[in-house]
Design a protein around this ligand. Structure first.
Ligand SMILES: [Zn+2]
Length: 489
Protein backbone atom coordinates (compact mmCIF):
# COMPACT_ATOMS: atom_id res chain seq x y z
CA UNK A 1 0.00 0.00 0.00
CA UNK A 2 1.50 3.35 -0.96
CA UNK A 3 1.51 6.26 1.43
CA UNK A 4 -0.26 9.48 0.63
CA UNK A 5 1.60 12.73 1.05
CA UNK A 6 -1.42 14.96 1.61
CA UNK A 7 -1.04 16.51 5.06
CA UNK A 8 -0.60 13.24 6.95
CA UNK A 9 -3.89 11.69 5.93
CA UNK A 10 -4.72 8.33 4.36
CA UNK A 11 -8.17 8.41 2.84
CA UNK A 12 -8.85 11.43 5.07
CA UNK A 13 -7.81 9.74 8.32
CA UNK A 14 -4.83 11.21 10.18
CA UNK A 15 -1.69 9.08 10.07
CA UNK A 16 0.19 7.93 13.16
CA UNK A 17 3.82 7.06 12.60
CA UNK A 18 6.21 5.16 14.86
CA UNK A 19 9.42 6.43 13.36
CA UNK A 20 12.58 4.35 13.41
CA UNK A 21 11.48 1.51 15.64
CA UNK A 22 14.57 -0.46 16.71
CA UNK A 23 12.80 -3.79 16.20
CA UNK A 24 9.58 -4.69 14.43
CA UNK A 25 7.78 -8.03 14.52
CA UNK A 26 6.38 -7.84 11.00
CA UNK A 27 4.30 -10.33 9.06
CA UNK A 28 5.72 -12.15 6.05
CA UNK A 29 2.62 -12.86 4.00
CA UNK A 30 4.33 -15.35 1.69
CA UNK A 31 5.85 -17.41 4.47
CA UNK A 32 2.76 -16.99 6.68
CA UNK A 33 4.92 -16.18 9.69
CA UNK A 34 6.32 -13.37 11.80
CA UNK A 35 9.79 -12.03 10.99
CA UNK A 36 12.04 -9.50 12.70
CA UNK A 37 12.77 -6.23 10.92
CA UNK A 38 15.28 -3.66 12.22
CA UNK A 39 15.18 0.15 12.32
CA UNK A 40 12.01 0.83 10.38
CA UNK A 41 8.77 2.78 10.45
CA UNK A 42 5.31 1.60 11.38
CA UNK A 43 2.44 3.72 10.07
CA UNK A 44 -1.30 3.43 10.52
CA UNK A 45 -4.45 5.42 9.84
CA UNK A 46 -8.18 4.85 10.11
CA UNK A 47 -7.60 1.83 12.34
CA UNK A 48 -5.55 -0.01 9.70
CA UNK A 49 -1.83 -0.52 9.20
CA UNK A 50 -0.25 1.19 6.24
CA UNK A 51 3.28 -0.07 6.65
CA UNK A 52 5.44 -2.19 9.01
CA UNK A 53 9.13 -1.72 8.27
CA UNK A 54 11.19 0.29 5.82
CA UNK A 55 10.94 4.10 5.48
CA UNK A 56 7.51 5.71 5.46
CA UNK A 57 7.40 8.40 2.78
CA UNK A 58 4.22 10.23 3.79
CA UNK A 59 3.56 12.89 6.39
CA UNK A 60 2.11 11.91 9.72
CA UNK A 61 -0.15 13.89 12.03
CA UNK A 62 1.28 12.12 15.07
CA UNK A 63 4.90 10.94 15.25
CA UNK A 64 6.18 8.61 18.00
CA UNK A 65 9.89 8.05 18.49
CA UNK A 66 10.50 4.34 17.92
CA UNK A 67 14.11 4.28 19.12
CA UNK A 68 14.52 1.80 21.97
CA UNK A 69 11.15 0.28 21.15
CA UNK A 70 9.99 -2.97 19.61
CA UNK A 71 6.69 -2.78 17.75
CA UNK A 72 4.83 -6.07 17.78
CA UNK A 73 1.29 -7.17 16.98
CA UNK A 74 -1.23 -7.02 19.81
CA UNK A 75 -1.74 -10.38 21.50
CA UNK A 76 -4.90 -12.38 20.81
CA UNK A 77 -6.32 -13.99 23.95
CA UNK A 78 -8.76 -16.67 22.82
CA UNK A 79 -10.22 -17.58 26.21
CA UNK A 80 -10.96 -15.44 29.26
CA UNK A 81 -13.82 -14.90 31.71
CA UNK A 82 -14.11 -11.25 32.68
CA UNK A 83 -17.22 -11.31 34.84
CA UNK A 84 -16.30 -13.59 37.71
CA UNK A 85 -12.87 -15.22 37.80
CA UNK A 86 -11.07 -12.25 39.36
CA UNK A 87 -13.31 -12.63 42.44
CA UNK A 88 -11.45 -15.80 43.46
CA UNK A 89 -7.95 -14.31 43.34
CA UNK A 90 -6.03 -15.08 46.52
CA UNK A 91 -8.59 -17.55 47.85
CA UNK A 92 -8.19 -21.00 46.34
CA UNK A 93 -4.67 -21.26 44.88
CA UNK A 94 -3.58 -23.91 47.39
CA UNK A 95 -6.66 -26.14 47.46
CA UNK A 96 -8.52 -28.64 45.31
CA UNK A 97 -11.14 -31.32 45.84
CA UNK A 98 -9.28 -34.64 46.27
CA UNK A 99 -12.21 -36.84 45.21
CA UNK A 100 -12.67 -34.78 42.03
CA UNK A 101 -9.09 -35.23 40.83
CA UNK A 102 -7.85 -32.18 42.73
CA UNK A 103 -9.95 -29.71 40.77
CA UNK A 104 -11.45 -26.61 42.38
CA UNK A 105 -13.94 -25.90 39.67
CA UNK A 106 -16.93 -27.80 40.98
CA UNK A 107 -16.79 -27.19 44.71
CA UNK A 108 -14.96 -24.00 45.60
CA UNK A 109 -16.63 -21.83 42.98
CA UNK A 110 -20.00 -22.68 44.59
CA UNK A 111 -18.87 -20.96 47.78
CA UNK A 112 -19.01 -17.47 46.29
CA UNK A 113 -22.42 -15.91 45.94
CA UNK A 114 -23.27 -14.02 42.76
CA UNK A 115 -22.87 -10.31 43.39
CA UNK A 116 -24.34 -7.95 40.77
CA UNK A 117 -22.15 -5.09 42.04
CA UNK A 118 -19.00 -7.13 41.44
CA UNK A 119 -19.61 -7.75 37.75
CA UNK A 120 -18.52 -4.48 36.14
CA UNK A 121 -15.45 -4.01 38.40
CA UNK A 122 -14.47 -7.60 37.66
CA UNK A 123 -14.66 -6.96 33.92
CA UNK A 124 -12.62 -3.76 34.25
CA UNK A 125 -9.91 -5.41 36.34
CA UNK A 126 -9.68 -8.30 33.88
CA UNK A 127 -9.59 -6.28 30.68
CA UNK A 128 -7.35 -3.61 32.21
CA UNK A 129 -4.79 -6.19 33.25
CA UNK A 130 -4.86 -7.85 29.87
CA UNK A 131 -4.41 -4.55 28.03
CA UNK A 132 -1.37 -3.73 30.17
CA UNK A 133 0.22 -7.01 29.10
CA UNK A 134 -0.27 -6.26 25.40
CA UNK A 135 -3.56 -8.04 24.68
CA UNK A 136 -5.57 -6.19 22.04
CA UNK A 137 -8.17 -8.88 21.28
CA UNK A 138 -9.89 -11.03 23.90
CA UNK A 139 -12.59 -13.66 23.70
CA UNK A 140 -14.66 -12.88 26.80
CA UNK A 141 -16.77 -15.81 27.94
CA UNK A 142 -19.17 -14.50 30.56
CA UNK A 143 -22.70 -15.06 31.74
CA UNK A 144 -24.12 -11.87 30.26
CA UNK A 145 -25.13 -9.15 32.68
CA UNK A 146 -26.88 -5.83 32.26
CA UNK A 147 -24.29 -3.39 30.96
CA UNK A 148 -21.71 -6.04 29.95
CA UNK A 149 -21.55 -5.03 26.28
CA UNK A 150 -21.20 -1.38 27.34
CA UNK A 151 -18.27 -2.31 29.58
CA UNK A 152 -16.59 -4.19 26.75
CA UNK A 153 -17.01 -1.24 24.39
CA UNK A 154 -15.76 1.27 26.98
CA UNK A 155 -12.61 -0.79 27.64
CA UNK A 156 -11.13 0.28 24.32
CA UNK A 157 -10.25 -3.34 23.61
CA UNK A 158 -11.26 -5.48 20.68
CA UNK A 159 -13.59 -8.03 22.26
CA UNK A 160 -15.21 -11.15 20.91
CA UNK A 161 -18.17 -11.48 23.26
CA UNK A 162 -19.17 -15.03 24.15
CA UNK A 163 -22.33 -14.95 26.28
CA UNK A 164 -22.40 -18.28 28.13
CA UNK A 165 -25.42 -20.56 28.38
CA UNK A 166 -26.02 -24.18 29.39
CA UNK A 167 -28.75 -26.67 30.22
CA UNK A 168 -27.21 -28.38 33.25
CA UNK A 169 -25.61 -27.01 36.39
CA UNK A 170 -22.91 -28.75 38.37
CA UNK A 171 -23.70 -29.78 41.91
CA UNK A 172 -20.90 -31.21 44.00
CA UNK A 173 -22.60 -33.65 46.34
CA UNK A 174 -20.80 -33.70 49.68
CA UNK A 175 -17.58 -32.58 47.95
CA UNK A 176 -17.00 -36.04 46.50
CA UNK A 177 -19.55 -36.65 43.75
CA UNK A 178 -20.32 -34.43 40.79
CA UNK A 179 -24.04 -34.27 39.95
CA UNK A 180 -25.75 -32.56 37.04
CA UNK A 181 -29.05 -30.73 37.47
CA UNK A 182 -30.68 -30.49 34.05
CA UNK A 183 -33.17 -27.80 33.05
CA UNK A 184 -33.47 -27.77 29.26
CA UNK A 185 -36.10 -25.02 29.23
CA UNK A 186 -33.82 -22.70 31.22
CA UNK A 187 -30.97 -23.60 28.85
CA UNK A 188 -33.10 -22.66 25.84
CA UNK A 189 -34.02 -19.32 27.42
CA UNK A 190 -30.35 -18.63 28.18
CA UNK A 191 -29.46 -19.50 24.57
CA UNK A 192 -32.05 -17.04 23.28
CA UNK A 193 -30.77 -14.38 25.63
CA UNK A 194 -27.25 -15.03 24.37
CA UNK A 195 -28.42 -14.49 20.79
CA UNK A 196 -29.92 -11.14 21.77
CA UNK A 197 -26.62 -10.18 23.42
CA UNK A 198 -24.73 -11.18 20.26
CA UNK A 199 -27.04 -8.85 18.30
CA UNK A 200 -26.22 -6.09 20.78
CA UNK A 201 -22.47 -6.67 20.34
CA UNK A 202 -22.74 -6.69 16.55
CA UNK A 203 -24.65 -3.39 16.61
CA UNK A 204 -22.13 -1.64 18.86
CA UNK A 205 -20.94 1.51 17.10
CA UNK A 206 -17.30 1.12 18.24
CA UNK A 207 -16.74 -1.50 15.53
CA UNK A 208 -14.43 -3.32 17.99
CA UNK A 209 -17.00 -5.80 19.24
CA UNK A 210 -18.00 -9.05 17.66
CA UNK A 211 -19.45 -12.32 18.93
CA UNK A 212 -18.90 -16.01 19.34
CA UNK A 213 -21.45 -18.69 20.25
CA UNK A 214 -20.47 -20.00 23.68
CA UNK A 215 -22.35 -23.02 25.02
CA UNK A 216 -20.62 -23.43 28.38
CA UNK A 217 -19.43 -27.03 28.60
CA UNK A 218 -19.62 -30.28 26.66
CA UNK A 219 -20.98 -32.02 29.78
CA UNK A 220 -23.68 -29.40 30.49
CA UNK A 221 -25.21 -29.12 27.02
CA UNK A 222 -27.23 -31.71 25.10
CA UNK A 223 -26.27 -32.66 21.54
CA UNK A 224 -29.61 -31.19 20.44
CA UNK A 225 -28.71 -27.76 21.81
CA UNK A 226 -25.17 -27.99 20.44
CA UNK A 227 -26.55 -28.75 16.96
CA UNK A 228 -28.91 -25.77 17.24
CA UNK A 229 -25.90 -23.65 18.19
CA UNK A 230 -23.96 -24.93 15.20
CA UNK A 231 -26.81 -24.00 12.84
CA UNK A 232 -27.09 -20.53 14.36
CA UNK A 233 -23.32 -20.04 14.08
CA UNK A 234 -23.45 -20.89 10.36
CA UNK A 235 -26.36 -18.51 9.79
CA UNK A 236 -24.50 -15.70 11.55
CA UNK A 237 -21.04 -16.53 10.22
CA UNK A 238 -19.71 -16.91 13.78
CA UNK A 239 -17.38 -19.36 15.50
CA UNK A 240 -18.37 -21.58 18.43
CA UNK A 241 -16.37 -22.20 21.59
CA UNK A 242 -17.09 -24.88 24.16
CA UNK A 243 -15.26 -26.04 27.29
CA UNK A 244 -14.38 -29.63 26.47
CA UNK A 245 -11.88 -32.20 27.74
CA UNK A 246 -11.00 -29.79 30.55
CA UNK A 247 -11.09 -32.05 33.61
CA UNK A 248 -10.82 -35.71 34.52
CA UNK A 249 -14.21 -35.47 36.25
CA UNK A 250 -15.73 -34.41 32.93
CA UNK A 251 -14.11 -37.42 31.26
CA UNK A 252 -15.48 -39.73 34.00
CA UNK A 253 -18.95 -38.37 33.28
CA UNK A 254 -18.68 -38.65 29.49
CA UNK A 255 -17.44 -42.24 29.76
CA UNK A 256 -20.30 -43.03 32.14
CA UNK A 257 -22.89 -41.42 29.86
CA UNK A 258 -21.65 -42.38 26.42
CA UNK A 259 -18.75 -44.80 26.73
CA UNK A 260 -16.72 -42.24 24.84
CA UNK A 261 -14.31 -39.47 25.74
CA UNK A 262 -15.47 -35.93 25.01
CA UNK A 263 -13.71 -35.51 21.66
CA UNK A 264 -14.86 -38.90 20.31
CA UNK A 265 -18.39 -38.09 21.46
CA UNK A 266 -18.35 -34.68 19.76
CA UNK A 267 -17.19 -36.39 16.57
CA UNK A 268 -19.91 -39.02 16.77
CA UNK A 269 -22.53 -36.29 17.18
CA UNK A 270 -21.22 -34.46 14.12
CA UNK A 271 -20.13 -31.51 16.24
CA UNK A 272 -16.40 -31.40 15.47
CA UNK A 273 -16.05 -28.69 12.84
CA UNK A 274 -13.45 -26.11 11.74
CA UNK A 275 -15.64 -23.44 13.38
CA UNK A 276 -15.31 -24.99 16.84
CA UNK A 277 -12.71 -24.00 19.45
CA UNK A 278 -12.35 -26.32 22.42
CA UNK A 279 -11.46 -24.76 25.72
CA UNK A 280 -9.12 -26.37 26.94
CA UNK A 281 -8.79 -29.74 25.21
CA UNK A 282 -6.47 -31.22 27.84
CA UNK A 283 -7.84 -34.68 28.52
CA UNK A 284 -7.61 -36.25 25.08
CA UNK A 285 -7.31 -40.00 24.89
CA UNK A 286 -3.51 -40.00 24.64
CA UNK A 287 -3.10 -38.07 27.91
CA UNK A 288 -0.93 -40.22 30.20
CA UNK A 289 -3.00 -39.48 33.33
CA UNK A 290 -6.05 -41.16 31.77
CA UNK A 291 -4.55 -44.52 30.90
CA UNK A 292 -7.00 -44.98 28.05
CA UNK A 293 -5.90 -47.42 25.40
CA UNK A 294 -6.25 -45.19 22.35
CA UNK A 295 -4.49 -42.12 20.94
CA UNK A 296 -6.90 -40.89 18.29
CA UNK A 297 -8.26 -37.57 19.56
CA UNK A 298 -5.43 -35.39 18.27
CA UNK A 299 -5.96 -36.88 14.81
CA UNK A 300 -9.69 -36.21 15.13
CA UNK A 301 -9.12 -32.53 15.94
CA UNK A 302 -6.61 -32.14 13.12
CA UNK A 303 -8.83 -33.92 10.57
CA UNK A 304 -11.86 -31.75 11.40
CA UNK A 305 -9.87 -28.53 11.74
CA UNK A 306 -11.17 -28.02 15.29
CA UNK A 307 -9.11 -25.62 17.38
CA UNK A 308 -7.95 -25.61 21.00
CA UNK A 309 -7.76 -22.65 23.39
CA UNK A 310 -4.76 -23.48 25.58
CA UNK A 311 -4.74 -21.73 28.98
CA UNK A 312 -1.76 -23.18 30.84
CA UNK A 313 -1.55 -21.16 34.06
CA UNK A 314 -4.88 -21.86 35.70
CA UNK A 315 -4.53 -25.60 35.07
CA UNK A 316 -0.87 -25.70 36.06
CA UNK A 317 -1.96 -24.31 39.45
CA UNK A 318 -3.77 -27.60 40.04
CA UNK A 319 -0.96 -29.69 38.58
CA UNK A 320 -2.50 -30.27 35.16
CA UNK A 321 -1.55 -29.49 31.61
CA UNK A 322 -2.10 -30.75 28.13
CA UNK A 323 0.42 -33.17 26.68
CA UNK A 324 1.92 -31.20 24.99
CA UNK A 325 1.64 -27.94 23.08
CA UNK A 326 4.32 -29.02 20.61
CA UNK A 327 2.66 -32.40 20.15
CA UNK A 328 -0.67 -30.73 19.30
CA UNK A 329 1.02 -28.41 16.80
CA UNK A 330 2.97 -31.24 15.17
CA UNK A 331 -0.29 -33.23 14.87
CA UNK A 332 -1.71 -30.31 12.89
CA UNK A 333 -4.10 -29.06 15.59
CA UNK A 334 -4.78 -25.33 15.52
CA UNK A 335 -3.94 -23.87 18.93
CA UNK A 336 -4.45 -20.39 20.36
CA UNK A 337 -3.47 -19.15 23.82
CA UNK A 338 -5.88 -17.87 26.44
CA UNK A 339 -5.46 -16.65 29.99
CA UNK A 340 -8.80 -17.96 31.34
CA UNK A 341 -8.21 -16.25 34.69
CA UNK A 342 -5.59 -14.11 36.48
CA UNK A 343 -2.74 -13.02 36.65
CA UNK A 344 -3.99 -11.36 33.42
CA UNK A 345 -0.51 -11.21 31.94
CA UNK A 346 -0.64 -12.81 28.52
CA UNK A 347 3.14 -12.77 28.22
CA UNK A 348 3.43 -14.67 31.49
CA UNK A 349 0.84 -17.10 30.11
CA UNK A 350 2.98 -17.52 27.03
CA UNK A 351 6.04 -18.31 29.12
CA UNK A 352 4.08 -20.92 31.06
CA UNK A 353 2.78 -22.43 27.81
CA UNK A 354 6.38 -23.02 26.79
CA UNK A 355 7.48 -24.31 30.20
CA UNK A 356 4.50 -26.65 30.60
CA UNK A 357 5.12 -28.07 27.11
CA UNK A 358 8.78 -28.69 27.84
CA UNK A 359 8.14 -30.24 31.26
CA UNK A 360 5.36 -32.48 29.98
CA UNK A 361 7.34 -33.65 26.96
CA UNK A 362 10.67 -33.65 28.76
CA UNK A 363 12.01 -31.95 25.69
CA UNK A 364 13.44 -28.45 25.19
CA UNK A 365 12.61 -28.78 21.50
CA UNK A 366 8.90 -29.45 22.07
CA UNK A 367 7.92 -25.86 21.29
CA UNK A 368 10.01 -22.81 20.49
CA UNK A 369 9.44 -19.25 21.67
CA UNK A 370 8.61 -18.24 18.09
CA UNK A 371 6.00 -21.01 17.72
CA UNK A 372 4.38 -20.08 21.03
CA UNK A 373 4.35 -16.38 20.05
CA UNK A 374 2.67 -17.34 16.78
CA UNK A 375 -0.04 -19.22 18.73
CA UNK A 376 -0.61 -16.14 20.93
CA UNK A 377 -1.02 -13.84 17.93
CA UNK A 378 -1.74 -15.03 14.39
CA UNK A 379 -2.62 -18.56 15.57
CA UNK A 380 -5.37 -17.28 17.84
CA UNK A 381 -6.57 -14.86 15.18
CA UNK A 382 -6.78 -17.73 12.67
CA UNK A 383 -8.97 -19.67 15.11
CA UNK A 384 -11.30 -16.68 15.19
CA UNK A 385 -11.29 -16.44 11.40
CA UNK A 386 -9.62 -13.02 11.62
CA UNK A 387 -6.72 -12.91 9.21
CA UNK A 388 -6.47 -9.15 9.84
CA UNK A 389 -5.49 -9.58 13.51
CA UNK A 390 -2.38 -10.80 15.32
CA UNK A 391 0.01 -9.67 12.58
CA UNK A 392 1.62 -6.44 11.41
CA UNK A 393 0.98 -6.25 7.67
CA UNK A 394 -0.44 -3.50 5.45
CA UNK A 395 -4.23 -3.60 5.67
CA UNK A 396 -4.31 -5.47 8.99
CA UNK A 397 -5.99 -3.88 12.01
CA UNK A 398 -3.82 -1.29 13.75
CA UNK A 399 -3.65 -3.36 16.95
CA UNK A 400 -0.07 -3.08 18.14
CA UNK A 401 2.19 -2.96 21.14
CA UNK A 402 5.31 -0.90 21.85
CA UNK A 403 7.78 -2.72 24.08
CA UNK A 404 10.46 -0.79 26.00
CA UNK A 405 13.75 -2.40 25.01
CA UNK A 406 15.59 -0.29 27.56
CA UNK A 407 13.65 -1.67 30.51
CA UNK A 408 16.27 -3.47 32.65
CA UNK A 409 14.17 -6.63 32.49
CA UNK A 410 14.70 -6.69 28.70
CA UNK A 411 18.48 -6.37 28.89
CA UNK A 412 20.94 -7.64 27.82
CA UNK A 413 19.05 -7.42 24.55
CA UNK A 414 19.90 -9.90 21.86
CA UNK A 415 16.53 -11.41 20.97
CA UNK A 416 13.67 -9.12 22.06
CA UNK A 417 10.89 -11.73 22.01
CA UNK A 418 12.94 -14.10 24.13
CA UNK A 419 13.72 -11.31 26.62
CA UNK A 420 10.05 -10.35 26.66
CA UNK A 421 8.59 -13.83 27.09
CA UNK A 422 11.24 -15.44 29.30
CA UNK A 423 12.15 -12.45 31.46
CA UNK A 424 10.28 -9.15 31.28
CA UNK A 425 6.67 -10.20 30.48
CA UNK A 426 4.12 -7.41 30.97
CA UNK A 427 6.64 -5.14 32.73
CA UNK A 428 8.14 -4.00 29.41
CA UNK A 429 4.87 -3.16 27.66
CA UNK A 430 4.70 0.64 27.31
CA UNK A 431 2.05 1.52 24.73
CA UNK A 432 -0.86 -0.39 23.30
CA UNK A 433 -2.98 0.63 20.35
CA UNK A 434 -6.31 -0.94 19.42
CA UNK A 435 -7.79 0.04 16.07
CA UNK A 436 -5.19 2.82 16.05
CA UNK A 437 -6.32 4.27 19.39
CA UNK A 438 -3.82 4.45 22.21
CA UNK A 439 -5.36 2.58 25.13
CA UNK A 440 -2.13 2.19 27.11
CA UNK A 441 0.16 5.24 27.23
CA UNK A 442 3.55 4.92 28.89
CA UNK A 443 2.36 1.94 30.91
CA UNK A 444 -0.94 3.51 32.01
CA UNK A 445 -4.45 2.70 30.88
CA UNK A 446 -6.30 5.51 29.17
CA UNK A 447 -9.70 3.78 29.06
CA UNK A 448 -10.13 2.12 32.48
CA UNK A 449 -9.76 3.44 36.03
CA UNK A 450 -7.98 0.33 37.30
CA UNK A 451 -7.39 1.38 40.94
CA UNK A 452 -11.09 2.24 41.38
CA UNK A 453 -12.15 -1.06 39.79
CA UNK A 454 -9.70 -3.02 41.97
CA UNK A 455 -11.04 -1.33 45.11
CA UNK A 456 -14.65 -2.15 44.17
CA UNK A 457 -13.68 -5.75 43.43
CA UNK A 458 -11.90 -6.07 46.76
CA UNK A 459 -14.98 -4.81 48.61
CA UNK A 460 -17.10 -7.34 46.71
CA UNK A 461 -14.70 -10.15 47.58
CA UNK A 462 -14.89 -9.20 51.25
CA UNK A 463 -18.70 -9.39 51.11
CA UNK A 464 -18.50 -12.76 49.37
CA UNK A 465 -16.08 -14.15 51.96
CA UNK A 466 -18.41 -13.10 54.78
CA UNK A 467 -21.22 -15.15 53.20
CA UNK A 468 -19.19 -18.35 52.71
CA UNK A 469 -20.29 -20.06 55.99
CA UNK A 470 -23.91 -19.76 54.79
CA UNK A 471 -23.04 -21.54 51.53
CA UNK A 472 -20.72 -24.25 52.82
CA UNK A 473 -22.64 -27.48 53.63
CA UNK A 474 -20.84 -27.66 57.02
CA UNK A 475 -21.03 -23.93 57.77
CA UNK A 476 -17.27 -23.46 57.63
CA UNK A 477 -15.58 -20.15 56.97
CA UNK A 478 -12.94 -19.44 54.36
CA UNK A 479 -10.05 -19.76 56.82
CA UNK A 480 -11.05 -23.35 57.52
CA UNK A 481 -11.80 -24.31 53.93
CA UNK A 482 -8.80 -22.60 52.38
CA UNK A 483 -6.30 -21.37 54.98
CA UNK A 484 -4.06 -18.44 54.09
CA UNK A 485 -0.55 -18.99 52.75
CA UNK A 486 0.83 -18.37 56.26
CA UNK A 487 -0.84 -18.70 59.66
CA UNK A 488 -1.92 -15.41 61.24
CA UNK A 489 0.35 -14.52 64.16
ZN1 LIG B 1 -12.78 -21.22 30.72
Amino acid sequence: MSATSSAGAAGGAPITLVRGASWIVAWDEEQNRHVYRRNGDVAFAGGRLLQAGGRFAGEAADVIDGRGRMVMPGLVNVHAHSADEAMTKGLFEDVGTPALHGNQLYTYSQLLEDDPEALAPCTRVTLGGLLLSGVTTVVDLSVPYEGWIGELAASGMRVVAGPLFREARWRAHGWHRLDYEWDEAAGQRAFERALAVLDEAAADPSGRLSGILAPSQADTCSPGLLREVQGEARRRGLKVTLHAAQTMSELDEMLRRHGLGTVAWLEREGLLTPDLILGHGIYLDHHPRLRLRTAEDLGRLAAHGTGVAHCPVTFARTGMTLDSLGRYLRAGVKVGIGTDTWPYDMLEELRQAILCARITSGDVFDVSTGEAFHAATAGGADLLGRLDLGRLAPGACADLVLVDLEDPAMRPLHDPLRSLVHAAAGRAVRDVFVAGRRVVREGRLTSIDLPAAAAALEAAQRRAIARIPGRDPWGRGLEEIAPRALPMD
